[in-house]
Design a protein around this ligand. Structure first.
Ligand SMILES: [Zn+2]
Ligand SMILES: [Zn+2]
Ligand SMILES: [Zn+2]
Ligand SMILES: [Zn+2]
Ligand SMILES: [Zn+2]
Length: 291
């Protein structure tokens, strides 16, 4: 949308008017057919058309160009009244300088800068709109101006809340909130510890049953070993017994040998069986050696 023609002081060349809105060009663009438009006007026109609104020649966004420089200079030099003329601003300036002036125009309506104390929120701030020149006066009585509590409780108060402010009550609420928060945290920690203990307990039970199994296994092995040992001891005892018997037999044989000459004498006298007895002795002594 362009600038209202009525705001201009002096003659405005018709070539500086937008072909869509018929006001003075604002952020102008130019088509290859040399017709010019405000950039907002031609953008919305081309959403539904594909031609110049003035002469119906084909046109698309890509072929739009900046205005000729001499036209831009003419446009910038036009003299225009401030948009706040209705509120009393009498400033007339070149179109080029209009934004600079309007950004600091004393007659412009602006929003109060108080945002609602410590909670910065667009909706709960001061809704008042004042002329820039009246802002200071408004701020001194604005309901949303804030300051620290004069009694030192540390709260920031909006002036409209100050009469109802009670330091003790505020602090008590705060303490209660903190206490609730802490209880919550303690409960959380307790639950976590319990779950950790639980898992450790489960682990221990598992370990215990594992150990029991191992002990049972070892007991089995031990009893097998004992059994083997008993068998070995039995065998050993048997061997000793046999040895003792063999020893006994040996001694008997030795005695027999010692007495032999005497007996031989007797036998010689009786005659006969000497060779038989000798064979018998030899066989016996061989048996003893084997054992
Ligand atoms: Zn326009
Ligand atoms: Zn055209
Ligand atoms: Zn102004
Ligand atoms: Zn305010
Ligand atoms: Zn206080």
């Amino acid at each position: 949308m362009g600038f209202d023609l009525e705001r201009f002081v002096g003659y405005v060349n018709e070539g500086l008017l937008c072909c869509v809105c018929r006001d003075v060009l604002e952020r102008p663009l130019q088509a290859p057919c040399e017709h010019a438009y405000c950039s907002a006007c031609i953008s919305s026109w081309l959403l539904h058309h594909h031609s110049c609104p003035e002469d119906r020649q084909p046109l698309d966004v890509g072929s739009l160009k900046p205005l000729y420089r001499y036209m831009r200079n003419d446009l910038n030099r036009l003299q225009i009244r401030c948009v706040n003329a209705g509120q009393g601003c009498e400033v007339v300036c070149s179109l080029e300088n209009l934004h600079t002036h309007e950004d600091e125009c004393e007659f412009a309506f602006i929003s109060c800068s108080n945002t609602g104390g410590e909670y910065i929120c667009y909706y709960c701030g001061c809704p008042v709109q004042v002329e820039r020149r009246g802002l200071e006066a408004h701020l001194s009585e604005c309901n949303f101006r804030s300051r620290e509590c004069p009694n030192g409780c540390g709260h920031t108060l909006l002036s409209m809340d100050q009469s109802q402010h009670n330091c003790v009550a505020e602090l008590r609420t705060e303490v209660e909130l903190l206490r609730a928060e802490m209880l919550c945290k303690v409960e959380e920690v307790r639950r976590e510890m319990e779950s950790r203990l639980d898992s450790q307990r489960r682990h221990m039970v598992q370990k215990e049953s594992q150990l029991k199994n191992e002990v049972e296994e070892l007991k089995g092995q031990l009893s097998r070993v004992m059994c083997d040992m008993r068998a070995l001891l039995g065998a050993e005892r048997l061997r000793r017994q046999e040895l003792a018997e063999a020893e006994l037999e040996k001694r008997e044989l030795l005695e027999l040998l010692r007495d032999l000459p005497t007996r031989m004498g007797e036998r010689a006298r009786k005659g006969g069986t000497r060779s038989l007895t000798l064979d018998c002795i030899k066989r016996k002594s061989r048996e003893v050696t084997v054992i």
